[in-house]
Design a protein around this ligand. Structure first.
Ligand SMILES: Nc1ncnc2c1ncn2[C@@H]1O[C@H](COP(=O)(O)OP(=O)(O)O)[C@@H](O)[C@H]1O
Ligand SMILES: [Mg+2]
Length: 157
């Protein structure tokens, strides 16, 4: 496990991080987007989706729970998931998340709801508001992400 931290002072910084993450994403990746309501989880997911080739603004999956995106037009299939309304981790099985992980990348808001069903090799992003109105992004990455992290964080911290 390694941990990185970076400031996302505004929407443009969030867009840039999403644009840096998108090219290294591959099918089977699970990206956890953690943080309170309003932390900026959907904003980051939108930035990734836009960088993968989505032309319109991605809707928030708050009500639908899952929004799926095909490739093409995206570079790879993506499931954008918001588990806020999930009552038990077992309910996630019905959503088919584990089958989706075969050929899609998963962007999961409220990943805590999955409990032990969250795969251990996920990239875990935590967003926290800062006093200046921006966000701090903490990235917790398993070893499997080491090489790809080098392109996200080229300068050792
Ligand atoms: N890095 C950021 N800096 C400043 N404002 C942000 C940032 N990320 C998101 N926001 C703003 O925070 C609000 C909530 O963002 P959203 O992505 O919907 O949060 P969440 O999905 O975590 O509930 C939006 O108005 C968005 O413009
Ligand atoms: Mg959201």
């Amino acid at each position: 496990m390694s941990r990185h931290s970076l400031a996302l002072p505004d929407l443009e910084a969030a867009r840039r991080f999403g644009a840096a993450l998108a090219p290294v994403l591959a099918a089977g990746d699970v990206i956890a987007l953690s943080g309170d309501l309003g932390a900026g989880k959907t904003t980051l997911a939108r930035a990734v989706l836009a960088a993968l080739g989505l032309d319109e603004e991605a809707p928030s999956p708050t009500f639908t729970i899952v929004q799926t995106y095909d490739a093409p037009p995206l570079r790879l299939p993506v499931w954008h998931v918001d588990l806020y309304r999930l009552e038990t981790p077992e309910d996630a099985v019905e959503l088919g998340l584990d089958e989706a992980a075969g050929d899609a990348a998963l962007l999961i808001e409220w990943p805590e709801r999955l409990g032990d069903l969250m795969p251990p090799d996920r990239l875990w992003l935590t967003l926290t508001p800062t006093v200046d109105g921006g966000r701090r992004l903490t990235v917790d990455a398993p070893g499997a992400w080491d090489k790809r992290l080098a392109s996200l964080f080229p300068v050792a911290e």
